[in-house]
Design a protein around this ligand. Structure first.
Ligand code: UDP
Ligand code: MG
Length: 313
């Protein structure tokens, strides 16, 4: 008998948890063949919710103590910490990561399991066929993000791939061996390697509740992904610096030659000032890039825990 753990991070998800549990249970009971040798368990994470999420967990755990487990954080630590806690606490031979809002269709689980059990793959990921129902501007920015990060990072991140995936214990152990504080899961899942295949599905709206991601948070998340998995921005900063130094040398030579040939000429103050502002701007931009990396080093060296558990069952 093998165990399959479902890791489900939840932040203020009171209205969705029961729907989620019932839907997933139905998938298990509707596919007795695929799951006949599988015992399944839930590993819910309460990411510092301020609503009745924890009460929902307690209720489910009281009703099904051997299959429903949960970890509850002392405050909101973010989805990445939730995933890390789930991976650390799940005991399964197969481990799935999924959202609670049913945007990750549980109907795919039987297919994911049979694909993994065939032995050809260590991980079955999922990707959305399209981004229907999403604001145009959001899908434009997310396309740009994937194109940028895949150009400047050695780790390839599959566009439209969800975090929703089923992995073997071996792959999860590899992920757990990565001790970094700044965790960008989409990158980490690919960085560890292993044979991965992707199933496609159609985008579904949330079952209930609201998304927790504002545009600004997604923007920050993208910057994080780039800084965590690429040092190309630092090289770009170096390149821009070098280019401007070179242009300055050329400028000096031109000024000297002009002085020798035509004498002194005062003029062009306006263009001079714009140029200085431009160069000042580039310098601040490059400092900002460097600052981003230093900020990451700062957080990394503090060795703070990724999350603090207040209650677990
Ligand atoms: N989530 C979390 N901590 C957070 C924000 C979100 O654990 O700080 C969980 C949330 O409960 C959900 C999943 O992460 O299960 C995805 O969140 P959401 O559906 O809001 O994101 P979207 O699908 O809109 O990208
Ligand atoms: Mg969602």
């Amino acid at each position: 008998m093998k165990t399959m753990s479902l890791i489900v991070p939840c932040y203020n998800e009171e209205p969705t948890i029961e729907i989620f549990y019932n839907t997933v249970e139905k998938v298990f009971s509707d596919h007795p063949d695929e799951f006949k040798d599988i015992h399944h368990e839930y590993m819910f994470i309460n990411d510092g919710s301020s609503d009745g999420t924890l009460a929902e967990f307690r209720k489910l755990n009281a009703a099904h103590p051997d299959i429903v487990h949960y970890v509850s954080f002392s405050r909101n630590f973010g989805k990445e910490s939730g995933l890390a806690a789930g991976l650390q606490h799940a005991k399964g031979d197969y481990i799935a990561v999924m959202d609670v809002d049913l945007q990750d269709p549980p109907e795919l689980l039987p297919k994911m399991l049979t694909t993994l059990e065939s032995g050809d793959y260590d991980c079955v990921g999922t990707m959305r066929e399209d981004r229907k129902g999403e604001p145009v501007i959001r899908s434009f920015f997310s396309r740009s993000f994937y194109s940028v990060i895949n150009h400047i990072s050695k780790v390839q991140i599959i566009p439209n791939a969800r975090d929703y995936r089923l992995m073997t214990r071996q792959m999860v152990d590899a992920i757990l061996a990565m001790p970094e504080y700044n965790r960008f899961s989409k990158g980490i899942f690919n960085w560890v390697g292993f044979r991965t295949t992707y199933l496609k599905f159609e985008n579904a709206p949330r079952s209930a509740g609201e998304t927790h991601w504002s545009f600004w948070q997604l923007f920050n998340y993208s910057i994080e992904g780039i800084v965590d998995f690429s040092d190309v921005p630092l090289k770009i900063a170096t390149f821009i610096g070098g280019l401007f130094a070179f242009l300055a040398v050329v400028g000096i030579i031109i000024v000297i030659i002009r002085k020798l040939m035509f004498g002194n000429s005062v003029g062009g103050w306006a263009s001079m000032v714009t140029l200085m502002m431009f160069i000042g701007g580039i310098q601040l931009f490059c400092l900002g890039i460097i600052g981003n990396y230093i900020g990451k080093i700062y957080l990394e060296t503090k060795h703070r825990p990724l999350y603090i558990v207040q209650e677990e069952k």
